[in-house]
Design a binder for this molecule. Structure first.
Ligand code: ADP
Ligand code: ZN
Ligand code: MG
Length: 474
């Protein structure tokens, strides 16, 4: 029998606010354990939470970017559970009245475009982080009270590839909006996977398993591949899928049963009496909407019309906000938009990936790359020399003009200077001359290469090629 998979994701995203959601403690990563804490985020009895409006703003901005309906009225609920990372024994979250409803994320899997529908986005507080040592465990509460958005999808995806594309698309939008750093190593984005399998000839969704707290996209992908196959196997052997929470073991590449699933009623949700509901006016929502930055689709369209580069280039460039920012500066300063995209898409991306760094930390300033392009366009340097300058800039930074001077890379365009070299190459390569006269085009390229070798790559091909032809054809 044929089986199909159904996947829904619940993604937790830490918001980029200066302080935590209910107190003034810094929202930063990497401090010494339990130093960014106070009675509120440690859950001392009698302490009272005060809402950080910035967290609401960033959540609403996210909702606006994703086409959600923004609730004019939403409220806070206590989700009760007992766990060492949660000293109050309840987490403040939103149960039945979240900040955002509906919305969607556009995904593209191998050219097939579709939308993944969202159910809701709510805001809650992150909890502490447990670490297990050999003989004891510790809890770091620096993370407790970090504003955390939970973005829930409909059961709308059907493959690991789609789930992966969804997470990438979501991350891209969140980065564009500046609402989160989306740093996966720092746990800024964590994801619960819900997955079920059903026979292809029914519409009724199968029983789902939930895999908790994945913190790499690659892990999500692999866990789904594994879990979908596992469920198919269980069903095809006549077994039943238990509704349960499973753990992904990244080293072993398997999921294993962790506990039976908890239900909403297990959490005893009830409205938090310490916090007022959130009431948003049209004006407030509108002013947040005004503050939204340009999003990828709009930016792509603008870059296409403003710079006239190919669609493919525009797509590659807007995929990463930092790359798009860099590109626009180089295109503007160099006055050569296509050269700017060529350099960034080939040399720059290759060098970045080899060095394992992001464009934000490259030593080549956009000004320097623009200057390099101007040197090429002004015939001061040829492509071979330019690539050398690029590599120097990439490893050391600096000014392209100076590098050209220091390394003697200036292009030779003077035809009388080049003529002697061309004549020498013709004299030394009678076989190539013969081939050229017999109509073999490669012979010309070979002689061109010899001229380049003798001039150490500095000859201007636009002068050499006509010169070669002129002498050979004479
Ligand atoms: P729960 O009762 O476990 O909280 P929800 O209905 O709230 O379940 O859904 C939680 C997540 O699981 C959502 O992302 C949803 O899309 C997804 N989901 C729900 N039912 C299924 C299913 N049968 N198979 C796969 N995913 C599902
Ligand atoms: Zn605090
Ligand atoms: Mg639920």
């Amino acid at each position: 029998m044929e089986y199909v998979a159904t996947i829904g994701l619940e993604t937790h995203v830490q918001l980029k606010t200066a302080s935590k959601i209910w107190c003034g403690c810094a929202n930063v990563y990497g401090s010494r354990p339990n130093t960014d804490v106070c009675p509120v985020c440690l859950g001392y009895p009698g302490s009272l939470p005060v809402l950080n409006r910035e967290a609401v703003k960033l959540t609403v901005m996210t909702g606006l970017m994703l086409g959600c309906e923004i609730s004019r009225y939403s409220k806070w609920d206590r989700k009760s559970y007992f766990y060492p990372d949660m000293p109050k024994n309840y987490q403040i979250s939103q149960y039945d009245m979240p900040l955002c409803l509906g919305g969607q994320v556009e995904i593209d899997v191998d050219g097939a475009k579709r939308a993944v529908r969202l159910t809701r986005i709510h805001l809650e507080e992150d909890v502490g982080k447990s670490t297990h040592f050999e003989r004891s465990s510790g809890v770091d509460f620096n993370r407790a009270g970090t504003p955390l958005m939970e973005i829930v999808t409909e059961p709308d995806m059907s493959s690991a590839e789609e789930a992966f594309a969804y997470l990438q698309a979501l991350k891209r939008i969140l980065l564009y909006g500046g609402v989160s750093d989306c740093n996966l190593e720092q746990g800024n984005m964590r994801c619960d996977i819900n997955v079920s399998v059903r026979p292809a000839d029914t519409d009724k969704l199968g029983t789902k398993a939930e895999i908790k707290n994945m913190n790499t996209f690659k892990g999500v992908f692999r866990a789904l591949k594994y879990e979908i196959e596992r469920q198919k196997k269980v069903l095809s052997e006549g077994g039943e899928i238990r509704q349960e929470t499973r753990r992904w073991d990244d080293d072993a590449g398997v999921t294993s049963a962790m506990r039976s699933k908890e239900y909403a009623h297990d959490y005893r949700y009830f409205p938090d009496p310490d916090l007022m509901p959130v009431v948003l006016t049209e004006e407030q929502i509108h002013s947040w909407e005004e503050s939204l930055p340009e999003l990828p689709a709009a930016r792509r369209a603008r870059i296409l019309s403003e710079y006239g580069i190919p669609e493919y280039d525009a797509g590659v460039i807007v995929a990463d906000k930092a790359v798009a920012d860099y590109y626009e500066t180089v295109a503007r300063l160099s006055g050569n938009a296509k050269a700017a995209s060529n350099w960034i898409m080939t040399e720059m991306m290759r060098a970045l990936s080899e060095a394992g760094i992001e464009i934000t930390s490259t030593k080549i300033s956009p000004d320097a790359l623009a200057d390099l392009i101007k040197l090429i366009d002004g015939n001061a340097i040829n492509m071979t020399g330019a690539k050398e300058v690029f590599n120097v800039l990439f490893s050391e930074g600096g000014d392209p003009k100076k590098i050209v001077e220091e390394r003697g890379l200036a292009q030779v365009s003077d035809s009388s200077e080049l003529e002697s070299v061309v004549r020498r190459v013709i004299d030394e390569n009678p076989k190539s001359v013969e081939d050229y006269k017999a109509g073999k085009k490669v012979a010309l390229q070979f002689m061109m290469g010899q001229v380049m070798r003798i001039t150490k790559g500095k000859a201007n091909p636009q002068v050499v090629v006509p010169l070669l032809k002129q002498i050979l054809d004479a």
